[in-house]
Design a protein around this ligand. Structure first.
Ligand code: SF4
Length: 143
């Protein structure tokens, strides 16, 4: 995929949501905005509302408290949208899998409300920022 061609055609706006993460993944997401990675040069921009987003970046195992918030945020995001399950917790509930409060992972929860949801998985604990950039680029072809 020609990333420069894609990025100039249409920027991708991302809403970041944490659903019972330990916050280490969230820190890696913020790293993307630093001068070292500077994802805005590719047109990838973090936005403050899911209503403005092309993609949801979800960190965390999804506990019972966060599940209705995740579903609501997904419903508020214009379709078609991409969901990026970020980190081992986002992909599979990670080390929290099997906990009494965990109802995730992300794909399990969202497929209950939209079986056609488009999900990119970015594993790691936490994933490196380069992995997230690659995940978004891979997902660009799906939306
Ligand atoms: S994947 Fe690892 S770093 Fe990310 S939220 Fe889970 S435990 Fe924390």
């Amino acid at each position: 995929m020609n990333i420069l061609k894609k990025s100039f055609k249409k920027s991708i706006w991302v809403f970041h949501l944490s659903t019972a993460a330990c916050n280490n993944c969230d820190i890696e997401v913020l790293e993307l905005l630093t001068p070292r990675y500077d994802v805005e040069r590719f047109g990838i921009k973090l936005v403050g509302s899911p209503r403005h987003a092309d993609a949801l970046l979800v960190c965390g195992s999804v506990n019972a408290h966060a599940k209705p918030r995740l579903i609501e945020v997904y419903r508020q995001t214009p379709k078609p949208c991409l969901v990026i399950a970020f980190g081992s917790c986002g992909c599979s509930s990670g080390i929290f899998r099997g906990s009494y409060s965990v109802v995730g992972p992300v794909d399990k929860v969202l497929k209950e409300v939209d079986p056609e949801v488009k999900i990119v998985y970015v594993p790691g604990c936490p994933p490196k920022p380069e992995a997230m950039i690659e995940g978004i680029i891979m997902g660009l072809g799906a939306i």
